[in-house]
Design a protein around this ligand. Structure first.
Ligand code: NAD
Length: 429
C-alpha cells in the first residue's frame, strides 16, 4: 500500500481507464493534465482511431489534444487487456444500460472476466459506472479474490460514481464534488487520495453500497421532479395557464423549492435509465417503487402526448400544407447527444402516420437510430424551408436558434421548451 500511496501522491501512478466515452475521456483529460501516465482501453476500434486523430465530438474533450499526449508517450491506447498488469490504478467507465427494462451489466462483467489474469497485488480498481448497490461487491470483489490477492489488504477496490453534465460549461470535472467509497478503510483511503489529486472536493461515503445507491437516487430525483413538472403542465394547459409562469412564481421562494421544467420527455444515458435500476432493485426485495414507476411512465408518455396534440391540430386545419419542421434533436440544449432523446419516439410516430417533416439540429447533422425507418439529414433554417414546413415543433432550445426570424417566417409553433415569445401563433405543448 505504501508504494501505491507514494505513486498517487507524486502523480507517478500509471492509470488504466477502461471505456473511453462520455465519462472515460474527460477522466483521461483530467489525469493527463495532472501528468499521470494513462493507459486507455477501448473495445471500439473506430473510437480509438477518432482519439488518435483528435476527432472526438464529445463537448468536454473536443478541444483536447489527445494526439499530442500519445506522441509525447503520456497516453497509450489499447484494444486488449494485457497491459493492465503494468498499471497501478484501474478505473472502469463502461456503459450500464437496460435490457428489457432490467439492468444490463454485461460490459462490467466482460471487463472483469478479461482483466482477471492480468491483475496483481498492490493495484486499485475503481468502478465509476452507475449501478445498483451490491454490484461492486458481487461483480468485482467476489470475482477477484485469489491465492495471492486479499482484497482490502494487498489489493484495493473502490466505487466512485461519475457526475458528468454534458455541455455544462460552469462545472468542469475538477469542480464537481466527487463521492468516493472503498471495500475496506485502506481501499477508501486510496480512492479518496486518488481523486483528491485532480478534483477540488471529495466526499467519502460510509461504504460502497451507499455510494452506489446515491448515484441512482440523485438521478431518480431529477426524473421524478421532471415528471411532476410535466404533470403540472398538462393540468395548467387544461385551464389555460402557462406552467413556466407558475414556476417563475415558485422560484421566488428562498427555501424548499428547486425548479424543474417540463419538456418533451427525458434523455441521455442517466435520467431515463437510473430510476429503472432502483425499480428493479425494489422488485428483487419484494417492494414496488410506486413514485418512481409513475414518474418514468409520465416522462416516457410525453412524446406520444405531443404527437397526439400535433395530429389533432393537423386534422383540424384546412390548409393543404401539412408539413412539420422539428427544431432540435439532441436530448438537451447545446450538446450533440442523441441518446434516449424523445425526438426518436416522435419521429417514429410521424413515420407510422406518414406525416411529412424535416428537422434541424446543427449538433446532430445526421439522425440515425435502429428505431427509425431511415436516416434523416439536418435542414437549414431558411425562409424557404420555414414557409414550406410552416408548422414548427420546438424540441430542443439550442442557443443558436433565432427566435424572431423563425417566428416571423412560419405559421404556427408548438413549443415544448417555452423558448418563443407567447402570442396567438405559439402554443405550449
Ligand atoms: N454520459 C454521462 O453523462 C454519464 C454521467 C454520469 C454517469 N454515467 C455512467 O458512466 C458509465 C459510462 O457511460 P458513458 O456515457 O461514458 O458511456 P459511453 O457509451 O459514452 O462510453 C463507454 C465506452 O465503453 C466502451 N466499452 C464497453 N465495453 C467495453 C469493454 N468490455 N472493454 C473496453 N471498452 C468497453 C464502449 O465502446 C464506449 O466507448 C455508465 O454507467 C453511465 O451510466 C454517464
Amino acid at each position: 500500500m505504501n508504494t501505491l500511496t507514494t505513486k498517487i501522491k507524486n502523480n507517478t501512478a500509471t492509470v488504466a481507464v477502461i471505456g473511453l466515452g462520455y465519462v472515460g475521456l474527460p477522466l483521461c483529460k483530467a489525469l493527463l493534465n495532472k501528468k499521470f501516465k494513462v493507459f486507455g482501453f477501448e473495445k471500439n476500434l473506430s473510437r480509438i482511431k477518432e482519439i488518435k486523430l483528435n476527432k472526438i465530438k464529445i463537448a468536454a474533450v473536443k478541444r483536447f489534444n489527445f494526439k499530442k499526449k500519445i506522441d509525447s508517450k503520456n497516453l497509450f491506447l489499447f484494444n486488449t487487456f494485457k497491459k493492465i498488469e503494468e498499471t497501478d490504478i484501474i478505473v472502469i467507465c463502461v456503459p450500464t444500460p437496460l435490457k428489457n427494462n432490467n439492468p444490463d451489466l454485461s460490459d462490467i462483467k466482460n471487463v472483469i472476466q478479461n482483466i482477471l489474469k492480468y491483475i496483481r497485488p498492490n493495484q486499485l480498481i475503481i468502478l465509476e459506472s452507475s449501478t445498483y448497490p451490491g454490484t461492486t461487491k458481487s461483480l468485482i470483489v467476489d470475482k477477484i479474490k485469489g491465492n495471492k490477492i486479499i482484497v482490502g489488504k494487498n489489493f484495493f477496490v473502490g466505487y466512485s460514481p461519475e457526475r458528468e453534465d454534458p455541455g455544462n460549461k460552469y462545472f468542469s470535472l475538477k469542480k464537481i464534488n466527487k463521492v468516493v467509497s472503498g471495500y475496506s478503510n485502506q481501499c477508501a483511503y486510496l480512492t479518496d487520495l486518488f481523486y483528491k489529486q485532480f478534483i477540488d472536493n471529495v466526499y467519502k461515503a460510509k461504504n460502497i453500497e451507499t455510494a452506489e445507491f446515491s448515484k441512482l437516487y440523485e438521478n431518480t430525483y431529477r426524473n421524478v421532479n421532471i415528471a411532476l413538472a410535466n404533470e403540472a403542465k398538462i393540468l395548467a394547459d387544461k385551464i389555460d395557464l402557462n406552467i413556466f409562469d407558475i414556476i417563475k412564481c415558485c422560484k421566488t421562494k428562498p427555501f424548499g423549492f428547486q425548479a424543474f421544467y417540463p419538456g418533451p420527455g427525458v434523455g441521455g444515458h442517466c435520467i431515463p435509465i437510473d430510476p429503472m435500476y432502483l425499480s428493479w432493485l425494489a422488485k428483487k426485495n419484494n417492494f414496488t417503487t410506486d413514485i418512481i414507476n409513475l414518474a418514468v411512465k409520465i416522462n416516457n408518455d410525453m412524446p406520444q402526448r405531443i404527437f397526439l396534440h400535433i395530429k389533432k391540430y393537423l386534422n383540424k386545419t384546412k390548409i393543404e400544407n401539412k408539413k412539420i419542421f422539428i427544431l432540435g434533436a439532441a436530448y438537451k440544449k447545446n450538446i450533440n447527444d442523441l441518446r434516449e432523446s424523445p425526438i426518436i419516439k416522435i419521429i417514429n410516430l410521424f413515420e407510422k402516420k406518414k406525416i411529412n417533416f424535416i428537422y434541424n439540429d446543427e449538433y446532430i447533422p445526421i439522425l440515425k437510430s435502429k428505431n427509425l425507418n431511415k436516416s434523416y439529414f439536418s435542414q437549414k433554417i431558411s425562409k424557404k424551408n420555414l414557409r414550406e414546413y410552416n408548422t414548427i415543433l420546438m424540441l430542443t432550445d439550442h442557443n443558436y436558434y433565432n427566435k424572431n426570424f423563425i417566428q416571423k417566417n412560419c405559421n404556427i409553433i408548438f413549443d415544448t421548451r417555452n423558448f418563443f415569445k407567447i402570442n396567438e401563433n405559439v402554443k405550449t405543448v
